[in-house]
Design a protein around this ligand. Structure first.
Ligand code: AHR
Length: 499
C-alpha cells in the first residue's frame, strides 16, 4: 500500500489560474477553422467564433490565451489585421505550411474571442522583424483611451473603448525563429523595446514578458538576465516574466515518433522526458534566484506539450496530431509540476489550443471532439486560484531500462470552494496501486472522485468522440483522517475532499 500525505496545515503558495493557460498561433487549423470560421459560415458561430469550441473552452475554464504566435509573432505586422476585411493584406504564412493568410483574424477578433471566453489576454509582439514604433503603436492601439492617432484609428475601426492587455511578450524565441540573436544582443533589445510598451491605465498595468530560454539553454538565461538585471531589479514593471519553452519529443527532433503508434518503451520514454520539466524549472529558477532572490519575476512556461510526427496525410506544416491517454498523463504530470513550483512559475501555456500539437480540441468541418488532454484540464480546474498544500506520495521506479519514471505523481491544493483537491496520476501501463491517503490533523467529511483512465493508446475520434471520457470514481473508503482506494493503471484521478 502506497501512502499519500497531504498537510492542509501547510500552505506553500498561491496557484495562479494562468498555470492552466493556452496558446493559439496562426498555424495550420488552430485559428482558422478551429476557432474562427467567419460570420458567414454554416458552422454555428457568434461574430465568427465557433460556438461549440467557445462553449467547451469556457466549460474547461480557460484562464488566459496567448496570440498570435509563436514564430508567427515575429513576422506579424498587426496593422495588416485591422480595418475592413476586404482590404486587409493577403500574405503567405511562410513559417507554417505556405498557405495564404488573409488576416481576417486580427486584433479586434482576438479581443472578441477572449471576451467570449471570459479569459485574460496575452499578446506576443514582434521584435524579430518589427520596429519599436510598430510595437509601441500596437500597445497604444489596444490600450490607450484618449486623443491619440492609434486610439482614433481604433475608433474609426469600430471600437472606441480600449481593451485590456494582461500580458505582453517582447518577442518570441529570439534565439531562433525570432531573429537568431545572442542573449546579450536580445537583452539590449528587450531593454529598448519594453520601454515603449507603455502602461496607459492605472490598475491595468501590462505584465511584460522577456524572451527566455529553450529547454536547458542556461547560457541564454544567464546572458539575458546579466544584460537586463540592473533594471529588472530596480525599475518596477521593467520585466515581470521570463519565458521558457520545452516540448516533450519522445525520440529526437529528426525522428519524433507517432502520436498513435508507440510501444510501452516509447510511452515511458515520453513520460520520462516530460518529467524533465521539473529539472528545467529548478535549473532556470536557480539562475533567476541570483538576479531576483525575491522571486518578483515569474517563470512563464508559454510553450509546452508533446510534439510528434504529424498525422499521416496531413500538411507537415500544420502540426496536426492525435492525442491519447499518454498525452493525458503528460498533461497531468506537467500541471502537477507547475503547481508545485507556483512560487516561481506564474503562467504556463500548452501548445496549442485547437488542431495543433497537444491540442485540447480537434475539429473536422462542423464536428468537434475533446481530447484526453482536454479532460485533464477540466479535472484540474479546481486548482485554479487555490493554495498549494504540502503533499508527498511514496513511489517506486517503473518503466523500461534507461527510462525509469515514478509510478505515481501528485499535487494538492486548498481550493476556493473550501475543499482539498488532490490530483494523482498512475503512470504504470499495467499495474494498479492501493493508496492510503493521510490528511494531517484533518477530519474528512466526504469525498468526490473523477477519473480518466484507459489503454495507453486510447483516444477520441470523430466517429467515436467519447471513447475516452471522465467517470465518477466512488470506490473511496473514508475513515477519520484517511482515505483508501485503488488507482487503476494509466489514469488521472481528481479527488475533491470535504473537510
Ligand atoms: O508551437 C509551435 C512553434 O514551436 C512555435 O511557433 C514556436 O515558438 C516553437 O518553436
Amino acid at each position: 500500500m502506497a501512502k499519500l500525505y497531504v498537510n492542509p496545515k501547510h500552505q506553500l503558495g498561491h496557484i495562479n489560474p494562468e498555470l492552466q493557460g493556452h496558446f493559439s498561433e496562426h498555424l495550420g487549423r488552430c485559428i482558422y477553422e478551429g476557432l474562427y470560421v467567419g460570420q458567414d459560415s454554416d458552422i454555428p458561430n457568434t461574430n465568427g467564433m465557433r460556438n461549440d469550441v467557445v462553449e467547451a473552452l469556457k466549460e474547461m475554464q480557460i484562464p488566459v490565451l496567448r496570440w498570435p504566435g509563436g514564430c508567427f509573432a515575429d513576422e506579424y505586422h498587426w496593422k495588416d489585421g485591422i480595418g475592413p476585411k476586404e482590404s486587409r493584406k493577403k500574405m503567405i504564412n511562410t513559417h507554417w505550411g505556405g498557405v495564404v493568410e488573409d488576416n481576417s483574424f486580427g486584433t479586434h477578433e482576438f479581443m472578441e474571442l477572449c471576451r467570449q471566453l471570459g479569459c485574460k489576454t496575452y499578446i506576443n509582439g514582434n521584435v524579430g522583424s518589427g520596429t519599436v514604433q510598430e510595437m509601441s503603436e500596437w500597445v497604444e492601439y489596444m490600450t490607450f483611451e484618449g486623443v491619440s492617432p492609434m486610439a482614433d484609428l481604433r475608433t474609426r475601426n469600430g471600437h472606441p473603448e480600449s481593451w485590456r492587455v494582461d500580458y505582453f511578450g517582447v518577442g518570441n524565441e529570439n534565439w531562433g525563429c525570432g531573429g537568431n540573436m545572442t542573449p546579450e544582443y536580445y537583452g539590449n533589445l528587450y531593454r529598448r523595446y519594453q520601454t515603449y510598451v507603455r502602461n496607459y491605465k492605472k490598475g491595468e498595468e501590462i505584465y511584460k514578458i522577456c524572451c527566455g530560454p529553450n529547454a536547458d539553454d542556461y547560457h541564454w538565461t544567464e546572458g539575458v538576465l546579466k544584460t537586463t538585471h540592473d533594471h529588472a531589479q530596480s525599475a518596477h514593471g521593467f520585466m515581470n516574466g521570463l519565458s521558457l519553452h520545452y516540448y516533450t519529443v519522445p525520440d529526437s527532433w529528426e525522428n519524433k515518433g507517432g502520436a498513435l503508434v508507440f510501444d510501452e518503451e516509447k510511452y515511458y520514454k515520453t513520460l520520462n522526458k516530460t518529467l524533465y520539466m521539473e529539472q528545467l524549472i529548478k535549473g532556470h529558477g536557480a539562475i533567476m534566484d541570483q538576479y531576483d532572490p525575491e522571486k518578483k519575476i515569474g517563470l512563464i512556461v508559454d510553450e509546452w506539450g508533446t510534439w510528434y510526427e504529424v498525422e499521416p496525410g496531413t500538411n507537415p506544416g500544420f502540426l496536426y496530431q492525435q492525442n491519447t491517454m499518454r498525452d493525458a498523463l503528460v498533461a497531468g504530470i506537467n500541471l502537477n509540476i507547475f503547481n508545485k513550483h507556483c512560487d516561481r512559475v506564474k503562467m504556463a501555456n500548452i501548445a496549442q489550443l485547437v488542431n495543433v500539437l497537444q491540442a485540447v480540441i480537434l475539429t473536422e468541418g462542423e464536428k468537434m471532439i475533446k481530447t484526453p488532454t482536454y479532460h485533464v484540464f477540466h479535472m484540474y480546474k479546481y486548482h485554479q486560484d487555490a493554495e498549494l498544500l504540502e503533499s508527498y506520495v511514496e513511489t517506486q521506479q517503473i518503466g523500461s531500462e534507461g527510462c525509469r519514471v515514478p509510478n505515481l505523481h501528485e499535487s494538492a491544493s486548498l481550493g476556493k470552494d473550501g475543499r482539498i483537491h488532490v490530483t494523482l496520476n498512475n503512470l504504470s501501463v499495467t499495474d494498479s496501486y492501493e493508496i492510503e491517503a493521510v490528511f494531517t490533523e484533518t477530519d474528512i467529511q466526504g469525498v468526490e472522485g473523477t477519473i480518466l483512465t484507459g489503454d495507453m493508446h486510447a483516444h477520441n475520434t470523430f466517429e467515436e468522440p467519447d471513447a475516452v471520457h471522465t467517470e465518477k470514481f466512488d470506490q473511496v473508503a473514508v475513515s477519520g483522517q484517511n482515505l483508501k482506494f485503488t488507482i487503476p493503471p494509466c489514469s488521472v484521478l481528481h479527488l475533491a475532499v470535504e473537510i
